[in-house]
Design a protein around this ligand. Sequence first.
Ligand SMILES: *Cc1c(COP(=O)(O)O)cnc(C)c1O
Length: 363
Amino acid sequence: MRQPEPEPQSFDRVLSSMCTEPHPDARAAAERFLATNPGDPATYDAVADLEARAVEGLATLAAHPTPADAAGYVTSGGTEANVQAVRSARNRHGEGSKKGGDELNVVAPESAHFSFHKAAELLGVELRTVPLDDDHRADPEAVAAAVDGATALVVGVAGSTEYGRVDPIPEIAAIAEEAGARFHVDAAWGGFVLPFTDHAWSFADAPVDTLTIDPHKFGQAPVPAGGLLAREDAALDALAVETPYLESRSQATLTGTRSGAGVAGAVAAMDALWPDGYREAAERAAENADWLADELADRGYDVVEPELPLVAADVPESEFRALRDAGWKVSRTGTGELRVVCMPHVTRAALRAFIDDLDRIRR
Ligand SMILES: *Cc1c(COP(=O)(O)O)cnc(C)c1O
């Protein structure tokens, strides 16, 4: 029997996601390149050329010193980019000298995304998570206390998943440099907003070795499109394996066959939106986050002031449940606060309707 055509989730009430409705050009480009495989660039050369443009675009956003020949690739997401950053640093640590042996570690703030736990388990390194300061940012003193000669990588987060916080990137980079460790910035979510703020987060602000920046989040590209960038080619070379049956000689990606949709979508989104479209989206998101934070504070909730467009507030469990029951896709932080991500699809009208529902629930 024929089933009704399945419909994807509407974005109308989605306040919990770090993904968003793709730009129409990006959706069309993704569809056009759906059946291409950038994992085999000698066969699918058109999409391989597009991937070079995607990397150049991402490197421009992240203020790489030479965007036109920056090392990097379009990953399946922030998780793959973070796993690969850990892998690259592990492979490069103590090159030639066997320094550290097999007991290497990665130092990251407690706010680091759970993908680093996956990376540590997969790669056999110890993940040392260090406490945050009072405002949910990495504490440089705690980072300095945790690093040692076996630290292959130090991680800073530029736009944390729970509170949208930006770590003190230059300070942490200096600690990594002193310890002889590589330094990685995770800007998976924040990377398309940060260029329009005065935060220090990019290749221009600190000696960053590798950086995660995902087109499929604030970049308005369709899933799957993450990004890994490196300051030097050597960071990617450390990931390359030989590829006997392909005409290209080696492959640095974690996945083998991968869809060209993510690559083409990322390029089309950046062509359409960089820089003015992204600036407008970032400004609108910031205004919406400030508005929502004020509305919640006016009602007596404890609100974590938004730094990037993400609002967390201490809303009681019963009210949270009632909002979910009313169809609002909201989520909670690890300590139970309501968390709203003001992505490009989240309009002021939607937030007004959300607050109206909250008022109705409180009565
Ligand atoms: C979303 C996110 C990730 C993971 O990215 P995926 O695309 O979901 O794999 C990693 N780091 C940060 C800071 C994120 O916000």
